[in-house]
Design a protein around this ligand. Structure first.
Ligand code: SF4
Length: 495
């Protein structure tokens, strides 16, 4: 006689009380995308949200089981699952512990370039009064190491920091010694255009374990157009500097970042091909920042966010083609967002954090000792807008910087969970708040999401990535996963 099994309900009785957990939703490609508090998502048939609200989802259906597994509903048997959800949410916000990790030192405002989009109100190359003093460097290093983070990154930038190389030579050993005494890990990066880099400077960076991050906007015609300097040879100097830096420091210690100007928009393939030709394995398709000198020269460099998004999508298609051809090239912004969508982890990327990463995860020490919540807020101050100046290294300590009126006002607008437009947005878990961007572009830290370039960019890019995820092409998803799991090669410091 054949032995039959009891039905599943014998072991797990049907739930009598179904409740909803917090989730947000959006319509995408004829389906509904549901996202839970930990950022886990589920594509469901059209009408699922209505059925959930009406309490008419069939508790015996596979859909119900999926909704339960994704922590969108719970019933009498769910209590262990709620602990799992709490753990997932804690993991997602792990980046909040041990703030602040990135510390930017404006070693000098001097620069010999005159880039149209420069975020710094740069000074001409001879003005020594725009260099950081030893006293300011000492206090800034002390404040950096007062951060609770057990491991901090010190980024030396300008202007062009190599014009104040003696100050770099003063700061690097001092920071390393102080970090050692306090038992902290320390990474040091110098952000330089490499135009003035001598072999001796590069050898110094090698000996001190300092990594190099530089700018490469694309092929010569574009790079030189974006980045004017005497002699119009910025590209030639950058390429020469990259090659020498790789030889002296090691290939993995040199990274490059690009900025998209209006002149770049028609050339996304050429820009990407330049990165491949120069043997880079990461590229960050970055829009121009609406701050500082970029704002003054808007007519030369600016464009609408819609146009950037076209550029970005064309670029991502081309990058996927490059990867399909066997050359691994990671697009950094997609990588950050895919990490948030597909893995349990948050990221340290400041612009896509809630609470916003400004101050919390990055601090900027200006050459004159003023402390800002981000590089962008320093740019605003150069334009006489002091809203995000937290204090000065010679008067303040970490507590007073974080308790300042400037910091408090900013923190109030820092959580997208409570911002109008974001609070019920399906993409909230992947996005950020960025009060400084909204203050700069809309005159209001809280911002108006329907007209926000920040919102438009993130909503569109996240939807675009979800369209790939929904399509589930094995090769494309394989490439995405390789971006998330492979060890990065010479990745830039991403603020
Ligand atoms: S900024 Fe826009 S995309 Fe981001 S969470 Fe807010 S509403 Fe959503």
């Amino acid at each position: 006689m054949a032995r039959s099994f009891y039905p599943a309900e014998h072991f797990a009785p049907l739930p009598q009380h179904v409740s909803l957990l917090p989730f947000r939703f959006a319509r995408l490609a004829g389906q509904e995308l549901l996202v839970n508090e930990a950022g886990e998502y589920l594509f469901t048939p059209d009408g699922t949200t209505r059925a959930l609200a009406d309490g008419t989802v069939d508790v015996q259906s596979d859909l119900y089981k999926d909704l339960k597994a994704k922590h969108i509903v719970y019933d009498e048997t769910s209590s262990p699952l709620l602990d799992v959800l709490a753990t997932k949410i804690r993991t997602k916000y792990d980046h909040l512990s041990g703030a602040t990790k990135l510390h930017i030192f404006v070693v000098t405002l001097r620069c010999e370039h005159s880039c149209h989009y420069c975020q710094v109100s740069r000074q001409t190359a001879t003005k020594g009064e725009f260099d950081m003093s030893e006293a300011t460097a000492n206090r800034s290093i002390a404040l950096m190491l007062d951060s609770p983070s057990p491991h901090v990154t010190m980024e030396l930038q300008g202007g062009e920091p190599l014009l104040a190389f003696d100050m770099i030579q003063y700061m690097v050993p001092r920071a390393k010694e102080q970090a050692r005494l306090r038992g902290k890990g320390l990474d040091i990066v110098v952000t330089t255009n490499l135009a003035c880099a001598t072999d001796e400077m590069l050898a110094y960076f090698r000996d001190e374990g300092v990594r190099v991050s530089t700018s490469l906007d694309g092929p010569a015609f574009l790079h030189n157009k974006n980045r004017p300097r005497p002699g119009n040879d910025s590209y030639e100097r950058a390429i020469d500097g990259i090659e020498r830096a790789r030889t002296i420091l090691g290939w993995t210690n040199v990274a490059a970042l690009m900025t998209t100007t209006a002149a770049s928009l028609e050339h996304v393939h050429e820009i990407i091909d330049e990165y491949v030709r120069r043997d880079f394995h990461t590229i960050f398709l970055r829009p121009i920042s609406p701050y500082g000198f970029a704002l003054k020269t808007k007519t030369k460099t600016g464009y609408e966010m819609e146009r950037f998004l076209e550029f970005y999508k064309q670029g991502l298609d081309h990058i996927l083609e490059v990867n399909r051809g066997g050359y691994r090239l990671t697009e950094i912004y997609s990588q950050i967002l895919l990490s948030k969508i597909l893995t349990p982890h948050g990221t340290g990327y400041v612009d896509l954090q809630s609470p916003a990463g400004e101050a919390w995860n990055v601090l900027v020490y200006n050459y004159d000792g003023d402390v800002f919540a981000s590089d962008e807020s320093r740019m605003l101050a150069e334009m006489q807008d002091w809203t995000f100046r937290l204090g000065n290294v010679h008067k303040d300590n970490r507590r007073s910087l974080f308790m300042s009126e400037a910091a408090m006002n900013m923190f109030e607008a820092s959580c997208n969970q409570s911002l109008a437009g974001c609070s019920d947005c399906a993409f909230q878990s992947y996005c950020g708040a960025d009060p400084i961007y909204h203050h700069a572009t809309q005159g209001d830290m809280y911002g108006h999401r329907p007209t926000s370039g920040f919102c438009k960019r993130n909503m569109e890019v996240i939807k675009h990535l979800f369209s790939f995820i929904n399509e589930d092409d094995p090769q494309t998803m394989g490439i995405f996963w390789s971006w998330l799991t492979d060890k990065p090669i010479a990745g830039p410091v991403i603020k």
